[in-house]
Design a protein around this ligand. Structure first.
Ligand SMILES: [Fe+2]
Length: 444
């Protein structure tokens, strides 16, 4: 079998779940950080084929629980999809599945909402409810209110507490705009017809609009017969566009705006400027999945600002930073609103970050935190110091892989001392494989 780079080094899965109590801490953990720093990524439970794609491994969720200045525990747990349960002899997980093809898995993001914890994924599975200590409870359809699949990226409106997402399924000729109320129940869905069954990873909101993506990476069924675990490929003839849907509008009110063909996994944020244009900050990939080469995501990647005038016309593109970067985050109290600071990983491979970037989008200054060739960062998460702290007054937290120790740690940086000594460094007793996304989930 040809080697698969996503099964080697710190991409390789860990075989066992870990529980570790009272972790070693250098520095001091801010006492106000009471909650869990959760993240998730692929962790294949068994042997995989040559055309296995990193994106399609079984999920494993990792969590660090902080309380009153202590690091109480670190836990890693499989998301108990059908394959994991069969491999480990565990009983099948209960709960609804919108499609008979669902395997009950999720590997892309983990969030807390309405008092529950969910592992989530796009393209065909329900959310998976986890308990506080990350054991799988059940698949979920939000109390019978979610008609189809969910998404790996939900935008929480800071004013209402509602989640806004784009759901899609390879068997559907439409995307679905889904609004989940602060009570954890879906209150609205809008089916938006699209051609070609595109992969739609993220979305954005502004005060008045839901921002819909439509990029030329499409479901390609013949890839299933060829043995690919992720049957999506670049199609030159599809074009690329961004749609603005008035938040309370219907599908026929979406206005589409053409953009140069590219792919966007992630928006950093969006907002409306003084002229009412939508400002959308994205990590732009010049191409994606147009070969069988696993490294093809290393095209040209940049942080760009798109200006969209809903009176009409194509998207106006500006380059903010031409360094390859991904997993853009910001102070999420400002989702959909004007903001100044963003935090990203600086990419040296797919999901492989040699350091972190902090962007000041007002001054144009970017800081680059690099801790040397043996230190690999995962997605940064910003946590404000308090509910009413200024933007950027808080902590940037990240899991880090230390290649010398071949194990993970969690760094807590003060966002305003981004290049300085960490506030705290918490040593974990196991590897946390390179993976996808996570969030700080404060205790109630
Ligand atoms: Fe993502």
């Amino acid at each position: 079998m040809a080697s698969n780079p996503f099964l080697e080094g710190n991409y390789a899965p860990v075989e066992e779940e870990t529980t570790a109590l009272d972790l070693k801490v250098e520095g001091s953990i801010p006492e106000s950080l009471n909650g869990r720093l959760l993240r998730i990524g692929p962790n294949p439970v068994g042997p995989v084929g040559e055309k296995h794609h990193w994106f399609s491994g079984n999920g494993m969720v990792h969590g660090l629980r902080l309380r009153e200045g202590r690091a109480d525990w670190y836990r890693s747990r499989f998301v108990r999809d059908d394959e994991v349960c069969a491999a480990r002899g565990w009983p099948k997980v209960p709960g609804p599945r919108f499609s008979p093809m669902s395997d009950g898995g999720a590997n892309t993001n983990v969030m807390a909402h309405a008092g529950k914890t969910y592992a989530i994924v796009e393209a065909g599975n329900n959310p998976v409810e986890l308990d506080y200590e990350l054991e799988t409870v059940a698949t979920s359809d939000f109390e019978g209110t979610l008609p189809g699949p969910f998404s790996a990226h939900a935008k929480r409106d800071p004013d209402t507490g509602e989640l806004h997402v784009t759901g899609y399924f390879f068997g559907w000729d439409a995307l679905q705009y889904i609004v989940v109320g602060a009570d954890g129940r879906v209150r609205r869905t809008v089916d938006i017809p699209v051609a070609g069954r595109p992969m739609i990873h993220d979305c954005a909101i502004t005060e008045n609009y839901f921002v819909v993506f439509d990029f030329p990476v499409l479901f390609t069924p013949e890839m299933i017969e060829e043995g690919h675990s992720l049957p999506y490929r670049w199609h030159d003839d599809h074009g690329a566009r961004v749609g603005l849907l008035p938040r309370d509008g219907s599908a026929d009110q979406v206005r589409w705006h053409e953009v140069d063909p590219c792919f966007v996994f992630h928006a950093m944020n969006a907002f409306e400027d003084a002229e009412g244009r939508v400002v959308l900050d994205v990590v732009r990939h010049s191409r994606l999945f147009d070969t069988e080469n696993f490294e093809d995501e290393l095209d040209v990647q940049s942080l760009d600002r798109w200006l969209i005038d809903n009176q009409g016309g194509p998207v106006k593109e500006q380059r903010l930073d031409d360094r390859p970067q991904e997993f853009p985050r910001h102070d999420e109290r400002l989702i959909g609103k004007p903001y100044r600071y963003g935090y990203c990983g600086i990419a040296i491979g797919s999901g492989l970050f040699g350091g972190l970037l902090k962007h000041d989008l007002q001054s144009g200054e970017t800081l680059h935190r690099d801790e040397g060739p043996d230190r690999f960062f995962q997605e940064p998460v910003f946590v404000p110091r308090s509910d009413d702290a200024d933007e950027d007054d808080g902590w940037v937290m990240s899991y880090v892989h230390d290649a010398n120790r071949n194990a993970a740690e969690v760094l807590i940086l003060h966002a305003q001392d981004f290049l300085g000594d960490p506030v705290a460094r918490i040593e974990l007793p196991a590897r946390v494989p390179f993976g996808f996304h996570g969030n700080w989930c404060p205790d109630a």
